[in-house]
Write a protein that binds this ligand. Structure first.
Ligand SMILES: [Mg+2]
Length: 234
């Protein structure tokens, strides 16, 4: 039984925040730069620090670490209200079922692998009541590059399993080609889910080992059931 680390992306994979993340990012940029025009790009698969850097640079501002930290602090101040008022917020179909399938299995560590800073990720999941299901993760506050934050999450998962990370199977579940590329970059497998902006065929073509329309897909349920069945209940 190979110790296995499963890292779930947040936006487009576990939850859809109905634009709350963008509302909070735009509010932060307006406070700093007087306009949110520089945020007119897709955030999908991006990391918070990369989004902040691009927003600040596009606004003609300094985008050093301190400026990015200050931007994200303002974003986090705005995020709870934006989440609370997001009418289209939802936990994505099948996400809870998959989490229930893989929880409590010996040798499986279930965490997050997300470009969100940890406080933002937890706020986004808390509205749907699923934040406490993740004891660890790799986050946007660990690194600006997605592959490196996934590596941080994998290392934490390995530590929880008492195994060397090189001895672990690492699975990344995500909704964009950036999730796939980052997973492959660290030698992980990727399960794609087409509940974000990218269809399953595109995720497969990008190198996802499996990809499904959503997590209620019978193929997805069978895939995670097989993973769980290979690990005894703990
Ligand atoms: Mg995503």
């Amino acid at each position: 039984m190979t110790p296995t680390i499963v890292l779930f992306d947040v936006d487009g994979t576990l939850v859809s925040c109905g634009g709350a993340g963008r509302v909070a990012m735009e509010a932060a940029l307006v406070e700093i730069a007087g306009s949110a025009d520089a945020l007119a790009f897709s955030f999908a698969g991006g990391t918070d620090r990369a989004i902040a850097r691009r927003a600040l640079e596009g606004s003609g501002r300094v985008a050093d670490d301190a400026a990015i930290d200050a931007f994200l602090a303002r974003y986090l101040e705005r995020l709870p209200a934006a989440l609370a008022s997001a009418e289209r917020y939802r936990v994505l179909d099948g996400a809870v079922g998959v989490l229930d399938t893989v929880r409590g299995r010996a040798g499986i560590a279930v965490g997050l692998g997300t470009g969100n800073v940890e406080a933002g990720a937890r706020a986004k999941l808390a509205r749907g009541g699923i934040a406490e299901r993740f004891a660890f993760g790799g986050f946007g506050c660990d690194h600006e590059e997605r592959a490196r934050l996934l590596a941080a999450g994998a290392a934490r998962g390995a530590a929880r399993l008492g195994a060397a990370v090189d001895a672990c199977r690492v699975l990344v579940v995500g909704d964009t080609e950036k999730d796939v590329a980052a997973a492959l970059a660290i030698g992980a497998e990727c399960v794609g889910v087409a509940t974000g902006p990218t269809d399953a065929a595109t995720l497969r073509a990008a190198g996802a080992h499996a990809a499904f329309d959503d997590l209620t897909d019978p193929g997805a349920r069978a895939w995670f059931a097989a993973l769980a069945a290979s690990h005894t209940s703990s």
